[in-house]
Write a protein that binds this ligand. Structure first.
Ligand SMILES: *Cc1c(COP(=O)(O)O)cnc(C)c1O
Length: 451
């Protein structure tokens, strides 16, 4: 019976004829086929019949599984607006088009006037200067890199003073103090968890002090008996002592969030106006652009950073440059930024409008048939992505239940679809929160739920 098993070569020829091998090299395919044949041979020895169609099916399954796409588009109905697992800020249409265009040959480092080599920073720096009021700007591939570059270039082998109340862990168990230490600077911690005064910084100043560092408490709060030293007094102390004041702002809002009835999140403009010498922030949090780390501040400091070898090792890729340039362009008119940049559109959405979208979706789902119990629920979203922690945003969502499927199993199915859907699991139901989804994606959500 073993002689009835097809040869590896015969299997490959059959698969090739069916067009099943176009994504694989012959040697990789041969390896998969050999594996399946070995397993089948063992089964035949144990008494099973030779089943050629089953062998073919097993090979096709394995080819499919080996090439499965794990990076897929997702609909974010989680209610977390900047969801780290979903890549934080979704890009504005303008930025998406720019990425598409920049993916071929582009002028990313071509000086259009001279025809010689230019700098990719030139596409970004003018916008950043205009929007933030900083003298100069430098962009790298994320904010942790921006902090590492700044401390490496300005403080390696010397001391950085930071408050004990501003020791932030940013997620994935990475901690900003460790990032600073990796630069070769020594951290000098001052104050206590709840209170750090200007005098604490002043007493810690030595001839070895290279930076006064302030880190925004972007993802946690300290409440009760607290005191924090603001940017202005700290920057003034730095000027007196001849030590630059560096602010890791985290989110880097370029618009005042209070216009949406939210609590204050300091803007980059405010930090610069208050006298910070150097400010670092992310491109993909409240700015609403691609992953990037942005440094703005005094031209003399930026010039030092620009020359450091890490600036080259951390440079932003051309797709990020394209997306960030178009996102920043939108901020030249703040009204346009609010209308076009997804994170601001989500923050600006009115509960009544979210409720109306829920009504339309619920009606459409009920009309499709009695598959699920659909109701509308008032719920709370959050900004996420390390911004405005603990701040609930009023929202509306669909509450979904099925008699034939447990919520967790349904959520898993929604996650594994070609266009995935991320929902919240609440007690005995799924909740699809509409604040983290743009209205133009409602139809895709309906289709995903219906299927
Ligand atoms: C988010 C955050 C970072 C890290 O920024 P990435 O762009 O994710 O590297 C650093 N510091 C603070 C205060 C943050 O909130």
């Amino acid at each position: 019976m073993l002689r009835d098993l097809p040869s590896v070569e015969a299997m490959l020829v059959a698969l090739e004829r069916r067009g099943a091998l176009c994504e694989l090299s012959r040697s990789v395919a041969a390896e998969l086929v050999r594996g399946v044949l070995d397993e089948h041979r063992a089964r035949v020895r144990a008494g099973d019949p030779v089943d050629v169609p089953a062998i073919e099916r097993a090979v096709l399954d394995r080819i499919g599984a080996a090439g499965v796409r794990t990076l897929r588009p997702f609909l974010n109905a989680s209610g977390i607006l900047l969801h780290t697992n979903l890549g934080r800020a979704p890009l504005a249409e303008e930025a998406r088009i720019a990425v598409q265009q920049a993916s071929g040959a582009s002028s990313v480092e071509l000086n259009l006037e001279t025809g010689r080599r230019g700098s990719r920073q030139d596409h970004l720096e003018p916008f950043l200067r205009d929007v933030t009021g900083g003298e100069a700007a430098l962009v790298v591939n994320n904010n942790a890199a921006a902090v590492l570059l700044a401390t490496s270039a300005l403080a390696a082998g010397r001391e950085v003073i930071v408050s004990r109340g501003e020791q932030v862990e940013i997620g994935g168990s990475f901690r900003m103090p460790d990032v600073v230490r990796a630069s070769g600077a020594a951290l000098v911690e001052v104050g206590t968890t709840n209170r750090t005064r200007l005098g604490d910084y002043e007493q810690a100043l030595t001839p070895r002090t290279a930076l006064l560092l302030k880190v925004h408490r972007s993802n946690f709060r300290v409440i009760g008996f607290t005191e924090e030293t603001g940017v202005a007094p700290l920057a003034a102390l730095g000027r007196q002592a001849g030590v630059p004041m560096f602010f890791d702002l985290g989110s880097g809002a370029l618009l005042d969030v209070r216009r949406f009835g939210l609590e204050n999140e300091p803007t980059v403009q405010q930090a610069i106006a208050a006298g910070a010498d150097l400010v670092a922030f992310s491109g993909d949090k409240l700015l609403g652009g691609p992953q990037a780390g942005i440094l703005v501040g005094k031209a003399a400091l930026i010039a030092v950073l620009r020359r450091h070898p890490l600036a080259r090792a951390m440079r932003l890729d051309k797709l990020g440059v394209a997306a960030l340039a178009e996102t920043l362009r939108l901020y030249r008119n703040p009204e346009r930024a609010v209308q076009r940049i997804p994170i601001w559109r989500m923050l600006a959405a009115k509960p009544a409008d979210l409720r109306a979208r829920c009504d339309r979706l619920a009606a459409a789902l009920r009309a499709a048939g009695p598959i699920a119990h659909v109701t509308i629920t008032a719920t709370q979203s959050e900004v996420g992505g390390g911004a405005l922690p603990g701040l609930p945003l009023p929202s509306f969502g669909l509450r979904l239940r099925r008699d034939d499927l447990r919520p967790a199993a349904w959520a898993a199915r929604l996650r594994s679809a070609a266009t995935g859907v991320l929902v919240r699991l609440e007690d005995d139901a799924l909740v699809a929160d509409l604040r983290s989804l743009l209205p133009e994606d409602d139809e895709a959500l309906r289709a995903a739920l219906a299927s």
